[in-house]
Design a protein around this ligand. Sequence first.
Ligand SMILES: O=C1O[C@H](COP(=O)(O)O)[C@@H](O)[C@H](O)[C@H]1O
Length: 231
Amino acid sequence: MHASADVELVVVPGPEEAAAAAADVLARSARAGGSIVLAGGTTPRRAYELAAAACPDWGSAQAWFGDERCVARGDPRSNELLVRRALLDRLAVPPTVHAVPTELSPAAAAAAYDRALRGVRLDLALLGLGADGHTASLFPNAPSLTERDRLAVAAAPGLPPPVERVTMTIPALASAGRVVFLATGTDKADAARRAFAEPPSPATPASLVRSARGTTTAILDEAAAALLPIA
Ligand SMILES: O=C1O[C@H](COP(=O)(O)O)[C@@H](O)[C@H](O)[C@H]1O
């Protein structure tokens, strides 16, 4: 384990070990009845499978989505579909799931998610990291990065798939007691360096997301950590 200025770095040999480390964090929070923000994309799939096996009862937990693509619920680009297949459908007892209402317009869905999040104390936010430095659907230099009041906003796609997004904002994600990034592979190495070893910058949105009341951890495999100045 290593520490950069404000992020605890957990570097493990490969993607399977990274998934296991993230799954352990998820399972512990689920057992404790946490309010858990889940990442989309593809990287967390294995972590979700392992978390479901380690803790099949998420009955006292709440599941939220850090971001969602504005597509139908069964669309393969949907983050909810990934989470359902890899995690929720494998559980004996599912959590209460707070899905983004993608049947609404992006603005209306974001407003509804913002209302749903009001007064919620988030315990854990599991986040991904794009090769461009984005996290959730907070893309480089996007207007969403300066949002200070709303907890969820609509966002233009910064990368494929080219669909509108709904994303939790930095104040929402930073309110989580524990923020955990999960990134693997050489294509994430430069983004990981910028996010976890350089000064915060809107060019690298992940560098702007830190828990305001707890800890921030980055679980990286050796490939993703290759450009980090680790002693
Ligand atoms: O578009 C997205 O990308 C990020 C990163 O995904 P990954 O598959 O490269 O890890 C993800 O965290 C986010 O939820 C998703 O909507």
